[in-house]
Structure formats: C-alpha cells, structure tokens
Design a protein around this ligand. Structure first.
Ligand SMILES: [Cu+2]
Length: 356
C-alpha cells in the first residue's frame, strides 16, 4: 500500500541518490576464508549492485615453507599465502580496509589489478604499523584479478614474501562457456603459487632471520639471481597434498583459481583436463576448451573448471616438472566416487613378459 509518507521518503531517497556518487547503497560484509577455501558467494545474482566490505589485516610472521622445516620471514594478508580470495559481482563497489597492526615492522599497501587509477589503490592504502586505511572502487570488469602489496621501492620483496591474493569479479549472470551456456561449479579452490628466494649461509644451509628487516638484504641478493629456492602452492611444499588435498566427488565441477604474482606458470591436472579455461582469468573472453596444460602469466590469476569423471588422487601441478617435484609446486585433489570402466580400464595387470 503506497502511503503519502512512503512517497515522501522515496522522493527524498531518489534526491539523495542523484546527488551521491555512484557507490552501491546496499552494504554487505562477507566472511573471508583462508585458502584453499573461497568465501561463500552467489554464482549469479539478479540483485542490484552492492557495496561489499572486506578487511585485510597484514601479518608479518615466520612460516615454515617445506618438509625440512626451512623458515621464512613472511609478510601476509590475513596470515595466509595467498591472502583470502574475495568474490564480488561486476558493478559492485569493493570497500577494502587494510589494517597494519602496530606489532608489524613494515609499511604495506594494496594494489588491486581489478581497480582503475591510483596505482590500483596502492596510493590510497599505504599504512605504517599502527595505521589503517579504507579504499573504495568499482569492480567494473569481470574476471579474477590479482591483488598484492606494492610499497614504493619494496614491491618485489613484499610480493615474494607472501603478499598477494585474488579478487574474483563474477559476471552478474554468472560464468558462461564459449557457446554462452551457463557454467555452474560445485566448489571453488584458491591455489596461489609463490616463487621463494631463501638465502643460504656459507655451509649451504638456509639462514633463519628474526624479522623481515633482518632478512631483507640477503633475500634481495637471492632474488637478483632469479633462481627460486622453492616454488610452492599456498605457502608451503605439501600445503595441498595428502591429508590437505582438495576434496571433490565424481560428477562435481570444481573451479580452480590459480594465482602467480611474480612468475609465469603452467598448471596441469594429471589424469584430468581443463574443461573450460580462462587462461588470463577474464570472463568477458570465451574460455578455452579441453585444455591439457594452461599458462598463467606472472601477475595474473587463471581460472579453470573441471568436472571429475573418475575417483582417485589427482596431482595438480606446475608442469615444469622440476619446479613441481624438486621445488614444491604440486597439489592434490582427492576425488571420491565410483570408477568408470568405460573411460579407462586395466586390460592386463603388470606381469612377466611371456617367454616365446
Ligand atoms: Cu607489504
């Protein structure tokens, strides 16, 4: 029922909206999840654009990067490598608060590859320990985009020390295949690839440092050699294998978001495929079909969907196999379900070659 009072308030509201900037008035603050999980989100929406508020807190901390217990002075968004994946829809306003607690030692900021101007927001978010800043931008292009720390003079060091993550801007009507048919996924996973440059001492043992500042000179010297000591997914060799493998079921479709802030990589799912792959992660472009290995450029996030047809343990790796098996760039999917003999079967088990 339209009362006079309602009409008046509606008029006042439209006058306000006409005067205000084009920020979306409805505001939500979703809960971010540590990778490989991705925050709960709608894959398509009929709602009007919203302001989506996130807070990232920088954590400088020592982390272990391999099974041997090698440590690194990491710098992180929210404590994880990569930082949490944020999800919005095209046209939404992202409102990001970056908190740099007084317990940290370094200046940090955030550069969103999805944002336009101001060094991707880096100019407006530079925070010293004990400070916080809030940035607003419109997510006007669809795709999955990198975000990373970019403090003047220290960008590469902060990035290879852990400070990157992904922002996924979904088309409002969801993902489509190359023919324009909707794609639905049952689960989304974040895989962040990091090339690490850990300094060694005279005996060849990895050095341990007490703070990022203490690690700086030796780490930059190692970086300048351009030979990573480790190439890892989600901060540590083995972060996504064994008990920590990403789960799926036969018949389920997974969306894999693979970021690499610094270095090119080439994801491959052994015994599977990319049914549809947006190599550059930008959803306005038609995805590639039936990919065996795809290319993710350093400084970007690729997106791939795959529907599992067979159960088992699948390796998902960087198909520079030296980088995967010797340096750490391998993950696993653990897929439950029933084996399909019509796709593959063992005709003869291994047995001695028959004598002639
Ligand atoms: Cu930083």
């Amino acid at each position: 029922m339209f009362t006079r009072r309602f009409m008046l308030s509606a008029t006042a509201l439209s006058a306000f909206l006409a005067a205000a900037p084009a920020w979306a008035s409805d505001r939500i603050a979703p809960v971010l999840l540590p990778p490989p999980a991705v925050m709960a989100h709608q894959q398509a929406t009929a709602e009007k654009p919203k302001t989506v508020a996130f807070t990232l807190t920088v954590q400088e901390k020592e982390v272990v990067v391999d099974e041997a217990g090698t440590t690194m002075q990491a710098m992180t968004f929210n404590g994880s490598m990569p930082g949490p994946t944020m999800v919005v829809h095209q046209g939404d306003t992202v409102e990001l608060t970056l908190v740099n607690p007084a317990t940290n030692s370094m200046l940090h900021n955030i550069d969103f590859h999805a944002a336009t101007g101001g060094m991707g927001g880096g100019d407006f978010t530079q925070v010293a320990p004990g400070e916080q800043a809030t940035l607003r931008f419109v997510a006007d292009r669809a795709g999955v985009f990198l975000y990373h720390c970019a403090p003047p003079g220290m960008v590469a060091w902060h990035v290879v020390s852990g400070m990157s993550g992904a922002l996924m801007v979904l088309p409002r009507d969801g993902l489509k295949d190359a023919q324009g048919k909707p794609i639905h996924y049952d689960a989304a996973y974040t895989v962040g690839e990091f090339d690490l440059y850990l300094p060694k001492d005279e005996t060849g043992a990895y050095k341990r440092f007490g703070s990022p500042g203490e690690a700086y000179a030796d780490t930059v010297a190692a970086m300048r050699g351009l030979i990573p000591s480790h190439i890892v997914f989600n901060g540590k060799a083995g972060a996504l294998t064994g008990e920590r493998a990403m789960p799926a079921k036969v018949g389920e479709t997974v969306l894999i978001l693979h970021s690499s802030a610094n270095r090119d990589t080439r994801p491959h799912l052994i015994g599977g495929h990319g049914d549809w792959v947006w190599e550059t992660g930008k959803f306005a472009n038609p995805p590639l079909r039936d990919q065996e290995t795809w290319f993710v450029r350093g400084g970007s996030v690729g997106a791939a969907v795959y529907r599992f047809r067979q159960p088992g343990t699948y390796a998902y790796l960087n198909h520079n196999l030296i980088e995967a098996t010797e340096l750490g760039a391998v993950a696993q999917f653990q897929v439950s379900g029933t084996w399909d003999d019509s796709l593959m079967t063992q005709l003869h088990a291994p047995a001695p070659i028959p004598a002639k």
